[in-house]
Design a protein around this ligand. Structure first.
Ligand SMILES: [Zn+2]
Ligand SMILES: [Zn+2]
Length: 308
């Protein structure tokens, strides 16, 4: 299959998976009454999923990996070139997954590296989209370590889009607000139950459930936490135990210097910037009030909560 056709196929599979997971969250929710347009929905979708991913893909592939390719002769390191495609995909998926388990575990125990991971834990309403919330530096480190070996060790070009698809599908699955019973397979494949607990604000999980795709690492290294009960729905049971900025840029600034977002709002220029989106929503509300389309009021009320 040509690279273009493969890209179209992986994009279509991903789109279908998004629809399946959204429907699944409605049919078998882990936490009941979690709104679709939950707090931070638009920050996660627009800033993290669309804008940040787009620019980081260019930076990682076209600048970091390409310059590594140009400044060193990798011909003697083409270790996987002769392997079948499936073997290459399995090899890179498993090796990267164990790396991500170890790095994630390190981030939870190191004060500096926690600063580039805490954003991922800041959401209090975790759903299929919540996994996209990752600090710029965290993505640069993890995706360079993920994709540089694939390219530099001479893997089939198809491995990149296939691996990216597997990442996106697993990322959505483990963060999805769904109840799923994998039986004994839960000791091998990670589940939303295990990862949703990782996002809970309980001391028991501050150093537990670090796995991404394969939960086997947590069971093997004694860091699995899987009680019979759920964390509960109250906001204080989820996310961080301290206040965290809601704005995308401030979330990044907060990793370098601590400040109070509410205090910054006293600055008129910041106040204006911060209120661009709520002001746009108000305008939309007024327009909808005139046109009165069916169900619009309920959706707009949810939007006001989700804009930050
Ligand atoms: Zn974590
Ligand atoms: Zn997560």
């Amino acid at each position: 299959m040509g690279q273009d056709k493969l890209l179209t196929t992986t994009t279509l599979i991903l789109a279908a998976w998004v629809m399946i997971v959204i429907a699944w969250e409605r049919i078998a929710p882990y936490r009941k009454d979690l709104p679709f347009f939950r707090e931070g929905f638009w920050v996660d979708l627009v800033w993290y999923t669309l804008i940040q991913s787009y620019f980081l893909k260019i930076l990682i592939f076209d600048y970091i990996i390409q310059s590594a390719q140009q400044h060193f002769d990798w011909t003697n390191f083409q270790l996987v070139k002769s392997w079948p495609l499936a073997a290459q995909v399995i090899f890179f998926t498993v090796t990267h997954d164990i790396y991500i388990y170890l790095f994630h575990r390190f981030q939870h125990s190191n004060k500096v590296f926690w600063r580039i991971h805490e954003a991922h834990h800041s959401g209090k309403q975790v759903d299929f989209l919540a996994g996209s919330r990752s600090h710029v530096f965290e993505i640069i480190i993890n995706q360079t370590i993920e994709f540089a070996p694939i390219i530099l060790l001479g893997a089939d070009p198809a491995v990149v889009p296939i691996k990216a698809l597997i990442d996106a599908m697993f990322g959505m699955f483990i963060h999805a607000n769904i109840r799923v019973n994998l039986g004994k397979l839960k000791y091998l494949i990670n589940t939303p139950q295990l990862h949703l607990w990782h996002h809970a604000n309980y001391i028991e999980v501050f150093h537990a459930n670090f796995s991404t795709k394969f939960s086997v690492w947590d069971y093997l290294f004694g860091t699995a936490y899987d009680p019979e009960y759920q964390p509960g729905n109250q906001p204080e049971k989820w996310g961080l135990g301290y206040s965290f900025p809601k704005d995308y840029f401030l979330q990044h600034a907060f990793s370098f210097k601590r400040f109070d977002e509410q205090q910054l709002l006293k600055n008129q220029w910041f106040f204006r910037y911060y209120n661009i989106r709520p002001a746009l929503l108000k305008k939309l509300s007024r327009l909808c009030a005139k046109l009165k389309p069916k169900g619009a009021n309920k959706i707009l009320q949810q939007q006001e909560q989700s804009v930050y």
